[in-house]
Design a protein around this ligand. Structure first.
Ligand code: PGA
Length: 250
């Protein structure tokens, strides 16, 4: 069985104090026997403070990006080892905002995936189609292409530890959530792509989160789909109540 995994992507939001209060609120609201894996991904500047605030609660902490080199003259960048050094466990890679606002290609994301794995971070690798790609019937091809490109050279053993997130770009931050059927269809296709690239044992182990306007009132239905193993949450991850409401739906 795949353990449900709910991660909050705070993007470029919150102050230090708000972030600490948010993680403390989530920790307080989590049931002691919560079986869901939970993580928050604050802005890089606050990671250290959020790791400290999460303390020995079950909340894991992830970053939203890295650079793929280990160290050196890369002004403004942060390495995977630096994140590991301060107690991060995860890093979101290939988020649609990185792909479409910052022009990151699957081959760049692939280098970051290898850097994250080498440092012992769990990559949360995002894939997803634009609205025009969906409307022209290209969803499956786009998602498969992003999968193959972003995960080139990843071994079967490494693949089992990677988390995928299917995030249709048209559903991110728009309030337009994919229907459970639309999301499930892409998740099932993606699992077949993993099986074709690796094998059925790997495909059965890899967790695939859904992301795009997940809210407490739509989470349970999405998360009840057989191939949806969690959620990557943006807007609704910025309030403890709504994030806890999504966790409760898992
Ligand atoms: P959203 O963002 O939940 O605000 O739509 C999701 C994401 O970008 O991961």
């Amino acid at each position: 069985m795949r353990r449900p995994f709910i991660a909050g992507n705070w993007k470029m939001n919150s102050t230090r104090a708000e972030g600490i209060a948010l993680v403390e609120g989530i920790a307080k609201g989590l049931a002691a026997d919560c079986s869901v894996e939970v993580a928050v991904c604050p802005p890089a500047l606050y990671l250290d403070a959020i790791v400290a605030a999460a303390g020995d609660s079950p909340i894991g902490v992830g970053a939203q990006n890295i650079y793929f080199e280990a160290s050196g003259a890369f002004t403004g960048e942060i390495s995977a080892a630096m994140l590991k050094d301060i107690g991060c466990q995860y890093v979101i890679l290939g988020h649609s905002e990185r792909r479409h606002v910052f022009g990151e290609s699957s081959s760049l994301i692939n280098k970051k995936v290898h850097a994250a794995l080498a440092a012992g971070l769990v990559p949360i690798v995002c894939v997803g189609e634009l609205l025009e790609e969906r409307e022209t019937g290209k969803t499956a091809d786009v998602v498969a292409e992003q999968f193959y490109g972003s995960l080139a050279g990843v071994s079967a053993e490494q693949m089992e530890s990677i988390v995928l997130a299917y995030e249709p770009v048209w559903a991110i931050g728009t309030g337009k959530v994919a229907t459970p059927e639309q999301a499930e269809a892409v998740h099932a296709d993606l699992r077949k792509v993993i099986e074709a690239r690796y094998n059925s044992a790997v495909a059965e182990k890899v967790r695939i989160q859904y992301g795009g306007s997940v809210k407490p009132d739509n989470a349970a239905e999405l998360l009840s789909q057989p191939n949806i193993d969690g959620a990557l949450v943006g807007g609704a991850a910025l309030k403890a109540d709504s994030f806890l409401g999504i966790i409760a739906g898992a």
